[in-house]
Design a protein around this ligand. Structure first.
Ligand code: DP6
Length: 362
């Protein structure tokens, strides 16, 4: 480290949106550090104005250990997933020089320097709104910038995947596929962009926040129990998802909303069926979620073509994808009619103006 003073701090800030899967990842074939899924998945990256993580990562010779704060509270970095991401990203670090500040860090220095990480979510953490996806993608992206890592987004996605599976899809904007891969070492289990955010920008995403409470069963333990006990998961992973992935890719390519909507709703419903098929069963949706499904199904059937798709992750909140702004306005009207602000069923709505985000970035 050829630096005149030891009092310097080098920082990078990055912002990464979350993503919502329209063909879900549920179940790992490798539950150790690698995080390898039992099927491919496809997601859409959301507007960062509403659902994103901002990370500031800093390095300095005065830091005495790696430390991290989430929404201003210090959290432990001892977990295996943080350690995997930190180890992997450090192993790809390159020389960094800031001539103005007189700072030079060599490739070898990175293993001796400690990091401070401040992370902030602008949405409820661990409430089934994919907070870990945005969090780990942002961590890896920001550290990659700080350490001058030369790997591209796809290679970075393989590092983010080791933090949280779904995080690998947040390195890209638009529509993203996580290819499950075949290799045992996970080298081909990567995210690829199917279409950028401009490809289908009529879509408007509305999130109905049914509950911002932390979920009772984490995705990680839920999917572990599913893999151990559900026969339906085996059928889903082998027979259903491979065909659905091809159909979804085609629907996205052709901006075919009726097919997109049918596949998205069917996949969400099958994911929750698989959760019910787990022993003991896992319930992520609640009565309000079920009512939202009925409202959308009824509405779609009363029109010539579907207006809205719904999808639910590991929690009761509804992610509703309207075909265009007109459908989004009608959707909000309907939700307000069925769940008036005086009712306790829905907390709030998050509406994306420009719902599909570009990518991870500063
Ligand atoms: C229902 O990525 O949170 O949101 O890999 O164990 O961290 P881990 O799980 P996580 O699971 C996400 C599950 C899902 C579906 C999806 O995003 O594809």
């Amino acid at each position: 480290m050829a630096n005149e003073s030891q009092n310097w701090v080098l920082m990078v800030t990055a912002q990464t949106p979350t993503n919502i899967a329209v063909i879900k990842y549920w179940g790992k074939r490798d539950d150790s550090t690698l995080i390898l899924p039992v099927n491919d998945s496809i997601s859409v990256t959301l507007d960062p104005n509403h659902l994103c993580t901002t990370n500031t990562v800093a390095v300095s010779p005065i830091f005495q250990q790696d430390r991290m704060w989430l929404n201003a509270n210090e959290i432990s970095l001892s977990g295996g997933r943080f350690q995997s991401c930190l180890r992997e990203i450090r192993s790809h670090a390159c020389d960094v020089e800031d001539k103005k500040k007189g700072i030079k860090i060599t490739k070898e220095d990175w293993s001796k320097l400690y990091l401070h990480i401040a992370s902030y979510n602008n949405f409820p953490t661990a409430a089934g709104l994919a907070s870990s996806a945005a969090g780990f993608a942002c961590l890896v992206y920001a550290l990659g910038k700080l350490m001058n890592v030369k790997e591209d987004e796809s290679q970075l996605s393989a590092i983010a995947r080791q933090g949280s599976g779904s995080a690998c899809r947040s390195l890209y904007g638009g529509f993203v596929k996580w290819v499950m891969g075949k290799e045992e070492n996970g080298s081909d289990s990567l995210a690829v962009q199917l279409a950028d955010e401009k490809h289908w920008d009529d879509l408007v995403i509305v999130i109905a926040v049914v509950s911002s409470r932390q979920k009772e069963t984490s995705s990680t333990s839920g999917m572990r129990e599913t893999v151990e006990t559900s026969l339906l998961l085996q059928h889903r992973a082998k027979e259903v998802v491979p065909k659905r992935i091809l159909q979804m890719e085609q629907a996205i390519r052709n901006r075919d909303f009726p097919s997109f909507s049918r596949l998205t709703c069917a996949d969400s419903n099958q994911f929750h069926a698989v959760c019910l098929d787990t022993s003991p069963p896992i319930f992520y949706m609640n009565d309000t979620s079920h009512r939202i499904i009925s409202i959308v199904e009824k509405w779609n059937r009363s029109e010539e073509a579907p207006q809205v798709a719904y999808t639910f992750d590991a929690g009761p909140n509804a992610v509703l994808i309207a075909r265009d702004r007109k459908a989004a306005a009608l959707l909000i009207q309907r939700l307000l009619y069925y769940f008036p602000p005086s009712s306790d069923d829905l907390n709030s709505y998050i509406i994306g103006d420009n719902s599909i985000a570009k990518d991870a970035g500063i």
